[in-house]
Design a protein around this ligand. Structure first.
Ligand SMILES: [Fe+2]
Ligand SMILES: [Fe+2]
Length: 165
């Protein structure tokens, strides 16, 4: 009776549980959780650029942003994020200057907005609050993802088309 009711409500799980007489429900749940973590993980593990230094630096930035939301992380991670962001943005800006990149002003303006956000976060009273860190990690990761797969892609192509890559 109970099995029939369950089969009506969750047929896929009920079928999986009874398959070969094995208790597959825990395995199915573990698989679903693992798949969810893979699909919705905030760090894009995919390649961000065909330029080696640009892709490597983006990956480090996403890793640091991931660390911001980790339990027990302190304000040092935000300082590290600020420093590494500066390293990366400065290098892109140097390339833009050296190559006479036409979209330089708009790109630097976007970098400056990110710099301001990080500075504002470092001044915030809640910088140590776990929930606050999770929110800023998601916010900055989304911002950076849009930047990296948006405006940075135009710069990437310009550098690749030049002889300076
Ligand atoms: Fe970038
Ligand atoms: Fe950029």
């Amino acid at each position: 009776m109970a099995a029939k009711k369950e089969a009506r409500i969750l047929p896929a799980i009920a079928v999986g549980r009874d398959l070969f007489g094995l208790q597959l429900l825990p395995l199915i749940l573990i698989w679903v959780v693992a798949l969810g973590r893979f699909l919705f993980h905030p760090v894009p593990m995919r390649k961000t650029s065909d330029i080696l230094w640009q892709d490597a630096q983006h990956q480090v930035l996403f890793e640091i942003l991931d660390m911001v939301s980790e339990p027990g992380s302190d304000a040092k991670v935000l300082f590290r994020l600020r420093d590494y962001t500066e390293t990366h943005f400065s290098l892109e800006e140097l390339y833009m200057l050296e190559l006479g990149y036409p979209g330089r002003d708009a790109h630097i303006c976007a970098h400056d907005k990110f710099r301001e956000e990080i500075d504002r976060l470092l001044e915030a009273d809640q910088a140590h609050d776990t929930q606050f860190k999770e929110i800023i990690s998601v916010f900055l990761t989304e911002w950076l993802t849009r930047h990296v797969f948006g405006i940075d892609k135009k710069l990437e192509q310009y550098i690749l088309d030049s002889a300076e890559k």
